[in-house]
Design a protein around this ligand. Sequence first.
Ligand SMILES: C[S@@+](CC[C@H](N)C(=O)[O-])C[C@H]1O[C@@H](n2cnc3c(N)ncnc32)[C@H](O)[C@@H]1O
Length: 249
Amino acid sequence: MKRNGIRPSKKLSQNFVVNPRLITSILSLTSNEDTIEIGCGIGTLTIFLVNRVRSLACIEYDERMIKIVSNIVRSPRFIPVKGDALTTGVGRPQVVSNLPYHITSDILIMIARDNSISKAVLTLQKEVGERLVAKAGTESYGRLTVIAQLLFNIRITGVYPPSSFIPRPKVESSLVLLERIRDYDKVVEKVEHVTRALFSQRRRNARRVAESRLNISTEVLTRIIPSDKRVFELEPEVFLALAEELANT
Ligand SMILES: C[S@@+](CC[C@H](N)C(=O)[O-])C[C@H]1O[C@@H](n2cnc3c(N)ncnc32)[C@H](O)[C@@H]1O
């Protein structure tokens, strides 16, 4: 960074990985696939990742980083792309990223909706990792949990301190492995609608919220939703059943 006269941008969540244990763990979770790295930064992960996967494209928003990485990573299997990961599109089976934390949720939704992605190896805020694997009925359980757990097998493989990055982020980080078990389709699109409608009142009785917010008959809601459950106590499969009902009518 000094050699290139670069100060990391807070706005772009530029915290660069320097913990060899984290880098080694990320590499051990990746497969030999065509891969996208979201935000390669100064390339501290990229230089190792490129030797591990079949080919590596990197989408990086900051032109300065693209220049640095292009000088460091000299491999015919490496394609640096200047762009916004949220709009560029991935089209590759594996995503690897120490995520830019200001857009974690948006990137997770983008990954969920893109069926060409079968596996993602991501470092993200510890608290977001907890939301991804949360059990129904807990504080961390919410919309993101339901959608993620319907689409992916999810495993948190480790928690890492702020000192794993330069400069240090304010929070601890989790390394998470997502493996797709279901395609995003019309029904899952309806799950997004159902969770948005119900989680707006997460502590209220689920059946009553559903009666007022969803266009589904009381008879069907009575069959699908247990009478005594509040919204945040419903298992992901209940949201899926409601979505199937909406998709089929
Ligand atoms: C947490 S840093 C990780 C950098 C590098 N992969 C590492 O592990 O050291 C996140 C990177 O994502 C980039 N970035 C931020 N927003 C982005 C976006 N919308 N699309 C692509 N890259 C982005 C930042 O410029 C930064 O280089």
